[in-house]
Design a protein. Structure first.
Ligand code: ADP
Length: 448
């Protein structure tokens, strides 16, 4: 095991990684921007280095600054967390070249999964079910493009191979709009991702977002840790998640989970990762893999009892996974509410100083946060300030605990989406379980 770990991130996940590292007896090194000088992950770290000004581009997204901090502090490993440089294959490679252990998959696995066409090919090869459509880019010949789309059947969705973050996609309802939409998407992709490759697949109209957590070591062992449902989204941003995904056929989930683990083995994948699927009419369709720990990992930790972040660090150090697939059981149910500092009407970020911060507790309640009264929410980064997680032996009991927990939470000084969560928890569709990815936006428009 390495002796020191540099955490190239901020916020709740920096603290979460710090806790896992400390539980393994590893020295923790925080890096921070000038705006995060007073942050909790900085105060609690064994060592801390300021790597630049508030702007993320010049601090948390600056590979050179981070590698310099690693060298100066004698760090042996780097954990990228989520966001920032976590899915940057060049950064993972640069860490390895500098002799640092990158806590995550090999650069090549990140590269394959970062190209959506290459990812789809790799998944098909491993027997993971994908959205109908060819696993290659669209040709230039207009007739050939029309033929491909007609074969899939409208509506279709055009997607940039290099796209991400919900950008570089366009839905086409009928052939009349196809070629114009393709030209537009290609041009956007060329500018935004420096990669004009576009592919097409069937557009599913009312899918759920269901994902599978995986964990793999350097010795060819890969495990799947159950499902999560993240269908409650606004503008492709997840708001509230649960594990396991309710109402699914266990045998089907196990079959898809086993395929994901097999795909990890074929890819030489290492660490924690997530396979994201759209689920409609009893069918799973792969959309993308996230090659990092995710915001919503705690709900799977609650239902499986496995510390995903700790295991991710252990496997990065070359230790084998000691758990066997047969021993992994999903017990009970867990929810996570993402508490954001944002305006409840406009959803615009609401930075400022937290004057009151009362967090809930009690059986089954876990709060992952970097906030305390007096802490500042800087305007430069994402607005996630806390994750309220509720576990219960059944979905109903977890929901009851979550409602009580939310009613105890009081945050003042910044606006939050606490009221939005309370509204979701009272919604009959959500209570019944299994809503599609458009449900929350319909609810917000008042159409439900
Ligand atoms: P990104 O990497 O930009 O997040 P994804 O491939 O994960 O892109 O897709 C983002 C979102 O777009 C999905 O969560 C889903 O809401 C929608 N989407 C993507 N592909 C399809 C599809 N084939 N049918 C319907 N919706 C889709």
């Amino acid at each position: 095991m390495f002796r020191s770990l540099l955490i190239a991130n901020r916020g709740e996940i920096a603290l979460r990684i710090q806790r896992a590292a400390r539980s393994l007896g590893i020295e923790t090194i925080a890096v921070h921007s000038e705006a995060d000088r007073e942050a909790r992950h900085v105060a609690l770290a064994d060592k801390a280095v300021c790597i630049g000004p508030a702007s993320a581009a010049r601090s948390y997204l600056d590979p050179a600054a981070i590698l310099l901090a690693a060298e100066a502090t004698g760090a042996e490993a780097v954990h990228p967390g989520y966001g920032f440089l976590s899915e940057n294959a060049d950064f993972a490679q640069a860490c390895e070249t500098a002799g640092l252990v990158f806590v995550g998959p090999p650069p090549q696995a990140i590269r394959v999964m970062g190209d959506k066409v290459a990812a789809k090919c790799a998944m098909r090869r491993a027997g993971v079910p994908c959205v109908p459509g060819p696993d290659e880019g669209l040709p230039d010949d207009p007739d050939a493009v029309r033929r491909v789309a007609a074969e899939i059947g409208y509506p279709v969705i055009l997607k940039a191979a290099g796209g991400g973050g919900g950008r570089g996609m366009r839905v086409v309802d009928a052939e009349a709009g196809l070629l114009d939409a393709l030209a537009l998407t290609r041009e956007e992709a060329r500018r935004a991702f420096n990669n004009p490759e576009i592919y097409v697949e069937k557009f599913l109209t009312r899918p759920r977002h269901v994902e599978i957590q995986v964990l793999a070591d350097r010795h060819g062992k890969a495990l799947w840790l159950g499902s999560r449902d993240c269908s409650l989204q606004r503008r492709h941003q997840k708001v509230l998640e649960e594990a396991p995904a309710p109402g699914l056929d266990h045998a089907l989930v196990a079959e898809v989970g086993a395929r994901c683990a097999e795909a990890c083995r074929q890819l030489g994948y290492v660490g924690a990762g997530t396979f994201e699927f759209l689920y409609e009419d009893g069918v799973f369709s792969f959309i993308e893999m996230n090659t990092r720990v995710q915001v919503e990992h705690p709900i799977t930790e609650e239902t499986t009892g496995i510390d995903i972040v700790r295991e991710g660090i252990r496997v990065a150090a070359g230790l084998p996974l000691t758990i066997r697939q047969e021993e992994i059981v999903s017990r009970g149910h867990a929810f996570e509410c993402r508490i954001n500092a944002e305006d409840p009407e406009s959803f615009q970020p609401s930075p400022g100083t937290i004057t009151r911060f009362d967090m809930p507790g009690g059986p089954g309640i876990r709060v992952d946060t970097h906030m305390v009264p007096g802490a500042r929410v800087p305007p430069h980064y994402d607005s996630l300030i806390a994750k309220i997680i509720a576990y219960g032996p059944t979905r109903e009991e977890a929901l009851v605990r979550l409602r009580v927990a939310l009613s105890e939470a009081r945050i003042e000084g910044v606006s939050t989406n606490l009221a939005l969560h309370a509204r979701i928890l009272a919604d009959p569709g959500f209570i019944a379980g299994g809503v599609d990815i458009h449900h929350l936006e319909r609810l917000l428009k008042g159409a439900d």
